[in-house]
Design a protein around this ligand. Structure first.
Ligand code: ACO
Length: 277
């Protein structure tokens, strides 16, 4: 696995990732006004991910322009992502990035750093200032499923196939997917999905709350663009404050949440009306 520096918060990390570097890793990144699109772009390998993918994702997140409010994560070709590059399971590993064999021989602190770094590629998608949308078609397996789970919303094609393959391979899902999975579908269903590594198709994904919308494959881009436009119609600061409130709700008591609502609203009222007086 790679050894990239852990990026800091948005705006605090100026290092740009060049389009050439991204192309080599199998990613594309475009910013169009308030919408950024990150495309997994290794369709011939079903958008398999490596640690280079994750460190590039982290750097994209850290360097996201201030004006961006919606981040779309999508995959080129028939599959959103077939998960981690299976070469990681071989002795040779992924050139320049090691293998699970080499990772397993590292000491505790090196191993922890490795996983921490990988997780940075996924964590930024939850920031309150943005709404992230996964546009998912075909297979979303393992790391692919977890990348979709890291997004706030999932809009899926009717051929979608989610699968949490890690336990079947002797691993755990460690790319920040377990918390959103439990929050979305509940503990029992999450245990079922992860420990059986069964495939969750579109109808079930919609029914259990994994997907917000299911559309025909050809309509996926339009459905995502429509959702982005709806999201952008909200006041920017109110949207960020509301997302902060919603994200914190389950960890707070009613009393704490009530107080948090009041504090955010005071900010909003001052920002909206004080300036006019
Ligand atoms: N890593 C590396 N290469 C991959 C991966 C992967 N995860 N998945 C697919 N590929 C490659 C195949 O080796 C093949 O390459 P080749 O053309 O050079 O032979 C190419 O992508 C196309 O793969 P197919 O299997 O032919 O594509 P198909 O559309 O029939 O099937 C599917 C897609 C179902 C995703 C299948 O490729 C698959 O099961 N992949 C492995 C999934 C997996 O176990 N991922 C690990 C999950 S655990 C984790 O992410 C931590």
């Amino acid at each position: 696995m790679g050894d990239a520096k852990a990026p800091q918060q948005r705006g605090g990390y100026a290092e740009e990732v060049s389009a050439e570097e991204l192309a080599e890793i199998g990613l594309r990144y475009e910013v169009d006004g308030e919408i950024a699109t990150v495309t997994l772009n290794r369709p011939d390998k079903r958008n398999a991910q490596t640690s280079a993918t994750w460190s590039a994702l982290a750097r994209i997140g850290a360097g996201l322009p201030e004006q961006v409010r919606v981040v779309v994560v999508k995959g080129e070709g028939p599959s959103f992502s077939a998960g981690i590059d299976l070469r990681m399971f071989t002795k040779e590993g992924v050139p320049g990035q090691g293998s699970f064999g080499s990772a397993g021989r590292q000491d505790d602190s090196s191993l922890k750093r490795l996983v921490d770094q990988a997780q940075q590629g996924f964590l930024w998608l939850r920031r309150p200032e943005i709404v992230s949308i996964a546009a998912v078609q075909g297979h979303a397996i393992g790391a692919g499923f977890q990348l979709a789970l890291s997004c706030d919303l999932r809009i899926v094609a009717d051929d979608v196939k989610f699968c949490m393959k890690e336990p079947a391979l002797g691993l755990v899902p460690d790319l920040t997917g377990t918390k959103p999975l439990v929050e979305l579908v509940g503990l029992a269903k999450a245990i079922d999905i992860c420990l059986t590594a069964r495939i969750v198709e579109a109808d079930e994904a919609f029914r259990i709350g994994l997907a917000e919308h299911v559309v025909a494959g050809g309509d996926l881009d339009k459905a995502v663009a429509d959702k982005a436009a709806q999201l952008l119609s909200a006041n920017r600061d109110a949207a960020a404050a509301t997302k902060r409130l919603l994200q914190g709700a389950s960890a707070r008591t009613l009393e704490e949440q009530r107080a948090a609502e009041g504090a955010e609203q005071a900010e909003r009222l001052r920002a909206l009306f004080n300036a006019q007086s």
